[in-house]
Write a protein that binds this ligand. Sequence first.
Ligand SMILES: *Cc1c(COP(=O)(O)O)cnc(C)c1O
Length: 401
Amino acid sequence: MKRKAGQDRSITANWRPATLAVRGGTARSEYGETSEALFLTSGYTYDKAADAAARFAGEQEGMTYSRLQNPTVEMLEQRIALLEGAEACRTMATGMAAMTAALLCQLQAGDHLVGGRAAFGSCRWLTDTMLPKFGIATTVVDARDPQAFLDAVRPETKVFFFETPANPTMDVVDLRAVCGIARERGITTVVDNAFATPALQRPMEFGADVTAYSATKMMDGQGRVLAGAVCGSQDFIDNTLLPFTRNTGPTLSPFNAWVVLKGLETLDLRIRRQSESAVAVGRFLEARVPRILHPGLASHPQHDLAMRQMSAAGPIFAFEVADRAQAHGLLDALALIDISNNIGDSRSLMTHPASTTHSGVAEDKRIEMGIGEGMLRLNVGLEDPQDLIDDLDQALRQVGL
Ligand SMILES: *Cc1c(COP(=O)(O)O)cnc(C)c1O
């Protein structure tokens, strides 16, 4: 592999995000291919036994096994790290593998974690069910209020874990305030940045230590593969995350890494266009439904904060109708927008969180999180926004709205 420009930090340091998204991390083989090569290999060979020994001892550069290194996966890791402004990144098989690894690699029995209340269903399962099972105490707080984090801190608190904007209520966390509280106390912040991606929000600029991703969402962006990533300092990635992932194996497949590399090339274009369309669709819905939760609209209680931290509001938002029957009726009446619980896709997709993504969360916790029976979540895709508005208009009429 020729490590040329894309992997030379002295060169990439001068590149802007749009350039990094297309070229960051690229390493060409001896064939000089323009597009990144896909290395579907589980192992590597050595010219001499001494080379194998030297590589295992870390004395010779080179790869040993694809659970640990792969050229295609490494290109993606470098590209994400560059976009994030992080020293290092490791990709994982899924977003949940990334969240699990980012937490378990640094926590042990006796530790305490403070988590955001509004969160992706499986992230809540990690804080509510998995961590306590291993003797790691957790407290869940209203993450919109930085003081709530402060009030929950104990001497043994090691990690703050939250997402912003949060799935699906679009709660926004004041990154500077919450990361500041953590920094002063030696607590590590782990931010699930799936909704915004580094194209719209870079939590490390506000003091976050670790960002974790479902790359399944906007990074792939076309609904094809599952993938995850964890970004942090070189020290965190090498000495805290890697010992955990090398031996537990939540590794991303090179094929999926290649697909996400291709996705990143258009991330900036897609997310800005989808964000603009989401504001247009949101403005239309605002006049037709009882409540809309969209950080890009002035009606969102944290609109100003969201716009200070994010360069656009992203493609996803929630709104409310009367109840589950009306929500399901609206979904069934859609002709263009698909009923689907995925997000970040170039297609517009809508779901009813209480009966899908958050159906595994107990009803009292769902209500506490602000997920009512009438809530719907919409991912605005790359279709013409007027076609989406027309589809919503006819579906709303069918349910009497
Ligand atoms: C989808 C999602 C996850 C989980 O990612 P997978 O790739 O589905 O495992 C975690 N957090 C958020 C905010 C998500 O939207």
